[in-house]
Design a protein around this ligand. Structure first.
Ligand code: NI
Length: 255
């Protein structure tokens, strides 16, 4: 078993953890996990993420408007979200971005809400957690407009795009998707990302790695993702886990 796993992106606020959330969280530290960032997607889940961070000493939170939720954005809710960013255990604005795969909110509204959150992150000097899917050009366009720092989570783009993001100073987050049989493109991207820009994450309860695919995911399953990434980077899995933890701590200002 590995130790010192920092899960940089999880959704323990998700309803799939409603039946046994406390037991699951209580078991994390005995299964190699030292820290978790729970990430919100709208006001309600951001509040839940912040409450988890308040309650569990090893949890941190990110708060923001997911592109799926862009259509429901209101000034009032966003001012509550920016207020939450003042709490020392709320370490990032996220997840924010663009999703043209599901298109659950109109694209122009997604762009507007992403842009506005990038402006806020820049002003508040807080790192961002980016969700981008099939929206590379518009994502890069908006990121170039702002001077932010952060991570592109659950990376699914090309090596070419990863190169651009790394050059802009961004970190790249890898989930269990890198263990899937069709992960060739993600593996190529991982290959070019410098080790000091790699973050590990589950995106749980989603994205369980092979051999747990389809099951409810939780942070200890990161070891399968870490083993795959370590193989690509020609490192020992434990060394990769340690480096990814240090990268996460540095990016989000966690000691
Ligand atoms: Ni997520």
């Amino acid at each position: 078993m590995y130790s010192g796993i920092f899960d940089s992106h999880a959704h323990y606020d998700d309803e799939r953890f409603d039946p046994d959330r406390d037991e699951v969280i209580a078991a994390l530290q005995n299964n190699g996990v030292c820290n978790v960032i729970d990430v919100g997607c709208n006001l309600e889940t951001s509040q839940k993420a912040a409450a988890l961070a308040q309650r569990h000493p090893f949890f941190y939170a990110a708060v923001g408007y997911h592109p799926h939720e862009a259509e429901n954005f209101t000034e009032e809710d966003f001012s509550e979200i920016t207020d939450m960013l003042r709490h020392p255990k709320v370490v990032a604005l996220g997840e924010i971005g663009l999703d043209y795969h599901y298109d659950l909110s109109p694209r122009d509204i997604q762009m507007e809400v992403f842009d506005l959150q990038l402006t806020a992150a820049e002003k508040l000097d807080i790192p961002i957690i980016i969700h981008t899917r099939e929206a590379t050009q518009d994502t890069l366009k908006l990121l170039e407009k702002h001077n932010c720092r952060g991570v592109v989570h659950c990376y699914s783009g090309s090596a070419e795009t990863a190169k651009i993001l790394v050059k802009m100073g961004y970190h790249i987050g890898f989930t269990g998707v890198i263990t899937f049989p069709n992960a060739r493109k993600i593996i190529e991207a991982c290959d070019i990302v410098p080790p000091d820009r790699i973050l590990l994450e589950t995106d749980c309860p989603y994205m369980a790695p092979v051999p747990f695919r389809g099951k409810r995911c939780w942070s200890p399953m990161i070891e399968k993702t870490a083993e795959r990434v370590a193989q690509i980077k020609e490192m020992e899995p434990q060394a990769l886990i340690d480096l990814a933890r240090e990268n996460t701590q540095r990016l989000f200002g966690i000691k």
